[in-house]
Design a protein around this ligand. Structure first.
Ligand code: FES
Length: 164
């Protein structure tokens, strides 16, 4: 401050016209809101990714037996996928007197297998895995056979059940 009481320095601490800093409370409130917005954006972006990569464990439905359909629904030398709990099963009507059923989940990378009537084999389209009608691996990458289920006919119904 000069002898005449005028301020000679820009924004000196004794100057009555000194610029006042913005109130800290308002600045910190704006900062808080912006930080919260950024945090919410990050959470909304990453949460679905984390949930996708780490899905919740869903307890497998405890199913030991299912009604797979009527005898007349499936002609000989054909197969169909049916639900066995929360997994697919493959029912094969081999010939007039023989039925087979397997887990339709490929032992390689869990693709769903299908029956091929031209070769009378079970085929996995994902990596060309082939199983025979006993569920054994014929060729391709599957490391293990398919789980085989029991099939019984009750009246005109086809019942698939786990082997006990
Ligand atoms: S998932 Fe079936 S052969 Fe690869």
């Amino acid at each position: 401050m000069g002898a005449d009481g005028q301020c000679t320095e820009h924004n000196c601490k004794d100057c009555p016209n000194r610029e006042q800093p913005a109130p800290v409370a308002r600045r910190s409130a704006v900062s808080w809101i912006l930080s919260g917005g950024v945090a919410a954006s990050l959470v909304s972006f990453f949460y679905p990714i984390v949930r996708f990569l780490n899905p919740p464990n869903i307890a497998e439905a405890a199913v030991d037996e299912v009604l797979a359909g009527k005898v007349g629904d499936l002609k000989a030398n054909s197969g169909k996928i049916v639900k066995f709990g929360n997994k697919p099963a493959l029912l094969v009507h081999v010939n007039d007197s023989e039925w087979k059923a397997f887990s339709a989940v490929c032992s390689h990378l869990n693709c769903t297998v299908q029956y091929q009537d031209s070769t009378s084999q079970i085929w996995c389209a994902c990596h060309n895995g082939i199983y025979d009608l006993n569920g054994r691996v014929v060729s391709g990458p599957p490391p293990k056979p398919l789980e085989e289920y029991a099939v019984r006919i009750r009246a005109d119904e086809v019942i698939i059940s786990r082997r006990g």
